[in-house]
Design a protein around this ligand. Structure first.
Ligand SMILES: Nc1ncnc2c1ncn2[C@@H]1O[C@H](COP(=O)(O)OP(=O)(O)OP(=O)(O)O)[C@@H](O)[C@H]1O
Ligand SMILES: CCCC(=O)O
Length: 371
């Protein structure tokens, strides 16, 4: 088969990562850093769109990349309606939802729109793969405890599924044939129970659920949070920032950088040690909880994300969970590679591109609305 060339785009809050791949092999990978002042100068997220697109095009031009040789463009999808995992062809319904911000505003909302703009002009397809709103939760996992609130699936779907596929392959199996718990440990931490290729339960990592993380609070005693919210001491924006951005390590220790915390511990800081160990304790506890979701029938537990580079942090988790199942460590995340792999599965005909918003065959419900 002819080699396939794919451009991958992953917009973050202050940078845009891009990669050009020939099949699975990267020939160009760049992190285009944007001046935070320039980003702050745009009133709405979508005002950044022409600027970010031009920076990408200028970089590709400077690096001598011939766009006409591309077979597809793939981007990290943003905050969309809840959808099952997979590769989706970018379409107007998706662009409308991303533009409206109805499901949330996040830099990754720009990805599909830039991808479609570049691909459209070249007459090639644009895709997104496993956005953070991937929702494959079982009905039982959606029940929160009060009827007014349903649990939501918002997690590091792209990296979780990519490493689960990689480790399944290492086991000589297909992702669709294994049961694994995947723990992504980045700025946020998400712990997913993957049953035969579907993430049937996972903590909402964006918004106050699960273990605390370098910059997020995770689950907190709810009555106390309500009391704090109505104490008159804080604005709602301040409370939200305690939950996301200034929670977790950042809240207790003033830094979200685990390397700095480990330095504090090495210098004898007892508080830093307690908080860091508590983060590992909460991660281990969440893994234990997910193992019950899978009735203990597990092929492995996979630890990934930036924190998985830390041998000390991995040790703190491993000593509590290695009796449950074999533990695999895949440090960092390789989202560009995961995006390209998702696009290649479709281009090579190994998988069909899904249509957004997703309709389950024979189902009465559309994910995100009634049929
Ligand atoms: N080599 C390392 N050793 C120890 N900790 C590390 C290392 N590299 C990154 N980390 C820590 O991992 C945490 C998450 O960093 P990372 O940059 O991977 O997350 P992110 O990409 O910002 O967030 P997310 O993965 O949630 O999107 C930080 O606390 C960082 O200090
Ligand atoms: C949990 C959703 C992904 C992120 O942290 O940005």
């Amino acid at each position: 088969m002819e080699p396939k060339r794919v451009l991958a785009i992953n917009p973050g809050s202050t940078s845009t990562k891009i990669g050009v791949f020939v099949d699975e092999k990267p020939i160009l990978v760049e992190t285009l850093r944007h001046d935070p002042k320039q980003i702050a100068g745009f009133k709405e997220l979508f005002d950044q769109y022409p600027f970010r697109k031009q920076v990408i095009l200028d970089t590709l031009d400077r690096e001598g990349m011939n766009l006409n040789r591309l077979d597809a463009v793939v981007a990290r999808g943003g905050l969309l309606r809840p959808i099952p995992g997979g590769t989706y062809r970018v379409n107007q319904a998706m662009i409308d939802d991303l533009r409206s911000g109805e499901y949330g505003v996040h830099a990754s909302n720009l990805g599909a729109i830039i991808a479609e703009e570049i691909a459209g002009r070249l007459g090639i397809p644009a895709f997104i793969v496993d956005p953070v709103v991937v929702d494959e939760m079982e009905p039982i996992a959606r029940i929160s405890g009060i009827p007014q609130i349903e649990r939501k699936s918002i997690f590091h779907a792209l990296n979780q599924k990519a490493v689960a596929r990689r480790i399944a392959k290492k086991m000589g199996k297909r992702y669709e044939d294994v049961n694994v718990i995947v723990v992504h440990m980045g700025g946020g931490i998400t712990v997913g129970a993957h049953r035969h290729g579907r993430v049937i339960d996972v903590n909402n990592g964006l918004n106050g659920e699960g273990p605390f993380s370098p910059e997020r609070a995770g689950t907190i005693p709810v009555g106390d949070l309500v009391a704090l919210s109505f104490s008159g001491k804080y604005f709602s924006g301040e409370i939200m920032r305690m939950i996301v951005g200034r929670g977790g390590l950042m809240g207790y220790l003033g830094t979200s950088d685990a390397r700095e915390v480990e330095k504090m511990i090495a210098e004898g800081d007892e508080k830093a040690k307690l908080i860091y160990e508590a983060m590992a304790y909460q991660v281990a506890k969440e893994i234990g909880s997910c193992s019950t979701v899978l009735y203990g029938k597990l092929d492995g537990i996979i630890l990934t994300g930036g924190l998985a580079y830390s041998e000390y942090f991995i040790h703190l988790i491993r000593e509590r969970i290695d009796w449950i199942a074999p533990v695999y460590v895949v440090p960092g995340e390789n989202e560009l590679q995961a995006l390209v792999e998702g696009a290649l599965r479709v281009i090579r005909g190994e998988e069909e591109a899904k249509i957004y918003p997703f309709v389950e065959k024979g189902a009465e419900m559309v994910h995100g609305g009634k049929l």
